[in-house]
Design a binder for this molecule. Structure first.
Ligand SMILES: Nc1ncnc2c1ncn2[C@@H]1O[C@H](COP(=O)(O)OP(=O)(O)OP(=O)(O)O)[C@@H](O)[C@H]1O
Ligand SMILES: [Mg+2]
Length: 331
């Protein structure tokens, strides 16, 4: 497994105050046009060779963040720097050389492959588009090599996606993303659509490839146990914002933000940190978020101040950050 803390290396990605807002349809002729604040001021760093796990309830903006980092969604404001180079505001032409460096693995493995293409052609497609220095023979051998690397056989190169199981299709999706030899791999719930028995195989495959290829990885999942297994660091999102981030062990064993503490308390049998009641109630709408702290309406320790004042994401004792006026103080 690849979860030993990597040596300190410069950040591949530095994200500051990132916002992705989706406009809502106008209500009536003179009505105001609202927005969905899907990602609303996210800061993160991703070091070379590091896996950052991203968790949070459905609708908190995980996929939108992933898509913005991979250049599949335009940022409304803020900055994303890859190796010091600003990505926000780049058009398709500007993104083209970077697509080789930043690749994505999607949730639904079958839907992300073209059913009319053999898996060999699917894996070769980004190579043709992004690696013009390779001739047809070199492409073919890269595809065969990638198939073997993800645990499939080069002899399966001419088969079609429907001939494979969900787990095998996800292996193809991973081979396709890694064939161009990226530095950064963004995985948006890569195992959520798979049978539990297959999930561990794919997670272990990703962890092995991450370590072997020195990839920086963002790994999004609903399942906190999966995130704990694969990540060096974990970031917790709520309503488009970062609530807490920190080293994996500290975050699971000494969480300091009431949202993280409540989220972890909802895992059966979880021990670690001072417990809070599990989460109750609905997440507010990201088109009409609460003023002050966005978590205040569901927070078991909220006070009047929380409804008025947005907490800063401050450095905390476990080596990460927490955005709470009443962050639990740990040694
Ligand atoms: N294209 C879009 N247009 C308008 N709203 C959108 C669009 N895409 C996402 N949203 C909204 O933005 C918010 C964040 O969505 P997102 O898919 O990023 O959440 P998520 O954390 O990935 O959720 P899940 O865990 O269910 O995958 C949600 O309220 C969603 O309805
Ligand atoms: Mg999602």
């Amino acid at each position: 497994m690849a979860t030993a803390t990597p040596t300190v290396t410069p950040s591949q990605l530095v994200v500051r105050h990132l916002q992705v807002h989706y406009p809502l349809p106008r209500r009536g002729l003179l009505g105001r046009r609202g927005v969905v604040r899907a990602v609303d001021g996210v800061n993160l760093n991703l070091a070379a060779g590091e896996t950052l796990g991203v968790v949070g309830e459905s609708g908190c903006g995980k996929s939108t963040l992933a898509r913005a980092l991979a250049g599949l969604e335009s940022a409304t404001a803020g900055s994303i720097k890859y190796q010091g180079r600003e990505l926000v505001g780049l058009d398709e032409r500007g993104w083209r050389p970077l697509r080789r460096q930043i690749q994505m693995v999607f949730q639904d493995p079958l839907a992300s492959l073209d059913p009319r293409m053999t898996i060999g052609a699917s894996i070769a497609e980004p190579l043709e588009a992004l690696c013009p220095e390779l001739d047809a023979g070199q492409r073919r051998s890269r595809v065969a090599q990638m198939l073997e690397r993800v645990g499939l056989s080069a002899a399966q190169i001419n088969r079609y996606p429907h001939e494979f199981s969900g787990g095998q299709c996800q292996r193809v999706g991973i081979a396709r993303a890694l064939a161009v030899q990226p530095d950064v791999l963004i995985c948006d719930e890569p195992v959520s659509a798979l049978d539990v028995s297959v999930q561990a195989q794919i997670v272990n495959l990703l962890a092995d490839l991450q370590a072997e290829m020195g990839l920086s990885m963002i790994f999004i999942a609903h399942d906190l146990a999966v995130v704990r297994h694969i990540s060096h660091r974990v970031m917790v999102m709520y309503l488009g914002k970062v609530m807490e981030q920190g080293p994996r062990q500290a975050l699971f064993e000494q969480p300091v933000h009431p949202y993280t503490r409540a989220l972890l308390a909802s895992i059966p049998g979880h021990r670690g940190g001072e417990s809070l009641p599990p989460l109750q109630g609905e997440i507010p709408s990201p088109s009409n978020p609460p003023t002050g702290c966005v978590f205040a309406t569901r927070c078991p320790i909220a006070e009047a101040q929380c409804g008025r004042q947005v907490p800063n994401l401050n450095r905390v004792g476990h080596g990460g950050n927490s955005a709470c006026h009443f962050t639990l103080q740990t040694a």
